[in-house]
Design a protein around this ligand. Structure first.
Ligand SMILES: [Zn+2]
Length: 492
């Protein structure tokens, strides 16, 4: 499969650097080896190489002859990778080399993430730094650290670390797409605190309702698909059951991660006797039918079921007032896409994910993740949620972990050049897009305002999973495209 320590693919310089990267452990949080590798690479080429306190590395390559008047371009990529492996293989990301191999036009890894995200960006940049036959103005190769776990490298970049005013980020994953913006994010965290009520069983019956089978997905990149949110569906049912049958809530649990659309939600409720249980059961199956009708063509099979719960004297109830406030607040809060761009009609600007509702002895945690490429709209949706839970008399509401987005500039001069070169090389227009997830560009731009920035890259499928793969043909196209863009950068 591999010959001479490379993947035997074109362009050979790009792939041999990518192969070297697969041999160096570089999961987020363990950047020592890979930063030394990059630093040594810069020094070995005799290029000015600096490292900052967050281990970001900048390597400067002077302009080639005749290109001295061009503006400096920053080529930006991240050094870390997501460490994910299949449960059936033994793999230690802090020691083992990635087993990259070629399979029908793609490079894949044996049972682990490949690290093409963002190893291809790093390898392409190394190839450009090394190749003395290229034509370009002054370059700054900016390699950042710990992108995948919180963009810590990007957050730490000081404005004086780079001089360029144009930045090409190589961390997006679809050939033919140019990204000119991305969403920022913020968490909204809410808590209800109370004293559990002890449940004294009479004729009452305890029932567990389980909503499962939803597709879920990433709350940024999949939010435009209109998938069902398990928490919102469950609370729609709970509200009606509360208003008609006066059910009591004992516990609730829906969603696991802030950045995932919740796939499952469960509640344990108490109803007034066997007969009422039968009616609740009918209501649940009615909702199951309704949900499947409403999400036909989007979801596959939503399951909504009831199950008897063994009567347990230790069972607690959420106080009636708290239950009412919680149910009305969750049922009433906005969720999903809030608005799209006027100029890019299929592109989401702002969204909110009703991510987690979790009760646990005297405490209910409610968590949302808001995203927007507009800072003001992001804060507006967070404050909408804050207002709803203020009315619901929640005990704690906090807007936190906010990070900036990247506001698109369709008039970007480097974008115009990239569109023109793409069309010359491919005969078709590239798609201009805004990513509804985070890219380092948003954070770097907040540290260094005014950079003219575009993000692009070759096609990578299933990043962050052991199925990650990169399409070989698009890597070559990407490299040739970048080389031509660098020739056409405007003068200072
Ligand atoms: Zn990445």
């Amino acid at each position: 499969m591999m010959e001479n320590g490379s993947l035997n693919l074109n362009p050979t310089n790009v792939w041999s650097h990518f192969y070297e990267l697969t041999q160096i452990p570089r999961p987020s949080g363990q950047m020592r080896q890979v930063t030394s590798f990059i630093e040594n690479f810069g020094s070995r080429l005799g290029l000015h190489t600096v490292r900052d306190s967050a281990n970001n590395v900048c390597i400067r390559k002077p302009a080639t002859e005749g290109y001295e008047n061009k503006q400096t371009v920053i080529l930006q990529s991240h050094l870390d990778m997501v460490p994910q492996s299949n449960s059936n293989i033994q793999f230690d990301f802090s020691e083992d080399a990635i087993n990259a191999y070629v399979d029908e036009g793609w490079v894949k890894a044996g049972g682990t993430t490949l690290g093409a995200d963002n190893g291809i960006g790093v390898a392409v940049t190394m190839a450009i730094l090394e190749d003395e036959t290229l034509e370009h103005g002054p370059l700054e190769a900016l390699f950042t650290t710990d992108e995948e776990t919180g963009m810590y490298g990007a957050f730490a970049i000081r404005p004086e670390f780079v001089e360029g005013k144009i930045m090409l980020n190589m961390d997006s994953e679809q050939d033919g797409e140019l990204y000119i913006g991305c969403a920022g994010g913020a968490d909204v965290s809410v808590q209800f605190q109370y004293e559990d009520e002890t449940w004294i069983p009479k004729e009452d019956v305890a029932v567990k309702v389980a909503l499962t089978g939803l597709k879920g997905g990433h709350s940024g990149v999949d939010i435009h698909l209109g998938r069902a949110n398990a928490n919102k569906l469950l609370f729609r049912f709970l509200k009606e059951a509360m208003l008609i049958y006066d059910i009591r809530l004992s516990s609730v649990s829906g969603g696991t991660l802030r950045n995932a659309i919740p796939r499952e939600a469960f509640a344990t409720i108490v109803v007034d006797g066997k007969e009422q249980y039968e009616r609740i059961k009918e209501m649940v199956s009615g909702y199951e039918k309704l949900f499947n009708e409403e999400f036909a063509g989007i979801e596959d099979k939503i399951e909504f079921k009831t199950e008897f719960v063994t009567i347990d004297s230790a069972m607690k109830l959420i106080p009636k007032q708290v239950q009412e406030r919680l149910i009305h607040a969750i049922a009433g809060c906005p969720n999903n896409v809030i608005n799209k761009f006027a100029e890019l009609p299929d592109t989401v600007e702002t969204s909110i994910n009703m991510a987690i509702v979790q009760s646990n002895s005297g405490l209910i945690d409610v968590k949302f993740l808001a995203r927007s490429s507009s800072e003001s709209r992001k804060m507006e949706i967070c404050q909408n949620i804050e207002s709803i839970f203020t009315l619901a008399k929640a005990d704690f509401i906090e807007i936190g972990n906010t990070y900036p987005g990247w506001t698109p500039n369709p008039q970007s001069p480097i974008l115009a050049i990239m569109e023109k070169v793409y069309e010359e090389q491919n005969g078709t227009k590239p798609e201009i897009k805004v990513m509804h997830a985070g890219l380092e560009c948003g954070i770097i731009l907040s540290n260094i305002p005014g950079l003219d920035t575009v993000s692009f890259g070759p096609t990578i499928k299933f990043p962050h999973s052991p199925d990650e793969k990169v399409e070989i043909a698009t890597v070559e196209r990407f490299y040739q495209y970048l080389i031509e863009i660098l020739k056409q950068v405007p003068n200072k």
